[in-house]
Design a binder for this molecule. Structure first.
Ligand SMILES: Cc1ncc(COP(=O)(O)O)c(C=O)c1O
Length: 286
């Protein structure tokens, strides 16, 4: 982190290493808040309207008035951080917690002022060699709560699961609930079988990923065959290709799942979608 890097916290622009919060912030005490991670490509905010729509939905679902997203000029704040911190290809993290309460109590005081943080995060996406080679994933039970459609800052289960994957040298854990694929610990999951691209349909069991939406736009732009459908654990293991999607890495091929080799390298359909996505991002000027 550069000493000069600036973040936005509750109306003020502050150096990142100096920004601090009250210990009574409910985000700190309870993980009582929601967030967004938005890619910046060519200094422009990627899929901005979709990210803000999801942020409002997440706020609504945890009973924080989503009007805050209209009242605060996030676009101006993000553009100001892009200029002050010279972000070209970067990520913006927005965190809204319920705010600072008078004491630690599960029951919140109604209408306290939410805490709002906007800061840049640097993630290095995988280079082409890593993509072509593909990554390993493990299968894990989806033991998270049943409101995984909320982009909640309470990420303990996801943290535990992703660290388990990491301990197996795997990029991701693909989650199974009641015998069916939901998503990854920090990504959505697509499979390819007999030239058909499939992903689980949206529900309370998975996050409506913005990259998932971006890729379905790419898929329809290029008239590839696609369906949203239930994917059983057996069907997952029997896939011709698998890939994960997220804002940090739009398309990550999974070539090994537990001990099962899915493919020797990233599959052809995965690479087609990866290349189309990269072309779109390179040309992205909003
Ligand atoms: C659980 C989960 N699912 C899916 C995604 C992908 O979402 P997006 O494409 O909006 O980054 C993420 C991203 O962080 C995630 O944490």
């Amino acid at each position: 982190m550069s000493q000069q890097e600036v973040v936005y916290l509750d109306g003020n622009y502050t150096p990142k290493f100096k920004a601090s919060l009250s210990i009574l912030d409910r985000g700190f005490l309870f993980g009582d808040g929601v967030y967004e991670l938005i890619p910046i490509h060519n200094k422009k905010i990627f899929y901005m309207d979709d990210h803000f729509k999801r942020l409002k939905k997440s706020l609504e679902l945890i009973n924080i008035d989503p009007i805050i997203v209209d009242e605060i000029d996030f676009e101006k704040i993000i553009n100001s951080l892009i200029v002050s911190n010279d972000y070209t290809n970067h990520f913006i993290y927005i965190h809204i917690s319920r705010g600072v309460d008078n004491f630690r109590n599960h029951i919140y005081t109604e209408n306290i002022t939410p805490t709002v943080l906007v800061m840049g995060e640097k993630y290095q996406p995988f280079g082409i060699e890593h993509i072509k080679e593909g990554k390993k994933a493990i299968i894990e039970d989806d033991y998270r709560w049943l409101k995984s459609n909320i982009k909640s800052t309470s990420l303990l289960a996801n943290v535990m699961i992703k660290n388990k994957a990491n301990s197996y040298d795997a990029y991701e854990a693909l989650l199974i609930r009641d015998g069916f694929l939901t998503e990854g610990s920090a990504s959505n999951v697509f499979i390819v079988k007999d030239q058909i691209i499939k992903t689980p349909k949206l529900s309370n069991k998975l996050l409506p990923g913005i990259t998932r939406k971006f890729l379905t736009d790419i898929i329809s732009m290029h008239t590839l065959t696609f369906e949203e459908s239930d994917i059983s654990k057996d069907a997952l293991l029997d896939s011709d290709e698998i890939f994960c999607s997220s804002s940090t890495n739009p398309v990550v091929p999974i070539t090994q799942l537990d001990n099962k080799l899915i493919s020797n390298n990233a599959g052809p359909m995965t690479m087609t979608i990866y290349n189309h996505a990269q072309d779109f991002i390179k040309g992205f000027q909003k």
